[in-house]
Ligand binder design. Sequence first.
Ligand code: PLP
Length: 320
Amino acid sequence: MIETLEMADGIFSTVGNTPLIRINGEEISSINLYVKMESFNPTGSVKDRAATYIINKLLRTGEINKDTIIIESTSGNFGIALSSYCKERGLDFYCVIDPLISSVNETIINSLSTKVFKVIEPDANGGYLVNRIKKVQELREQFPNSYWINQYGNPYNAEAYYHTLGGEMCEAADRVDYVFVGVSSGGTITGVSRKIKDVYPNAKIIAVDIVGSVIFGGPAKKRYIPGIGSSKVPPILEFAKIDEVVYVSETEVVNNCNELLKKHLIFAGGSSGANFAAIKQYFSDKKLDKKPNVVTLFADRGDRYFDTIYNAEWCARTKL
Ligand SMILES: Cc1ncc(COP(=O)(O)O)c(C=O)c1O
């Protein structure tokens, strides 16, 4: 007899409810460490949660319709998630990128977006942020039926994580004591922190930032690893409930990604290595009465960092 397998209806019906794993090791023997494996989302990162939630909500509330052009400035996982999900929903997606995009991401975004606009003129400070936003504004004026996602300021970005990842993290253990989240647009930590504090008011939320990022007031410095840190302060962070911030250097990110791979057989992206490094650093000299339950996320896989974090020549050239 043929058994009927449970079948998902289209790839995007598999967003969320990612695997939860326990990581053991002498370096983390004073804590119980639980990790949400966000690379199991359909386009390979935590950003599928935001892309699907935001687009569905905008359609449901009537803020966009089937003819609206979706616009976003993004060179990373969010661009991949948005371009895929807009295609699934039959929406046009215009993506604004810059020359710092990795060749893998550019290939994927080019093949899935309706149009890609590459800003090549650097800003006065050598970055591209100002000119990318200028391009977004230009497109909005040119196409009146358009919607700028603006992940740094859109409250739906945080809402996505409140309703999905935050709830799943609350169920990671019988009690949640600490949650570590790497920050870039601030959407993940804002949503997750609010949900965790609703359920576990005494849990501590630790933001993980990268040396050179200005999010929490640190001095700006050139950074090379995408997905964590920012050169501007994200407005949605105003609503986050953060207890402490831990800084990790990009060299520590590289070392910890390699440690995760070689010791724990997890091929993870940059912010995952940053979270792992921050957790070890935080608990290295902490006096603990009992073993705390610590929850974090590994936002994506190592594949997209093949030419950077996992390339010894690149690391040597970049002095990481
Ligand atoms: C790999 C990775 N980790 C972490 C984050 C940070 O998430 P958020 O932008 O919600 O702060 C991102 C965001 O792009 C990411 O791509």
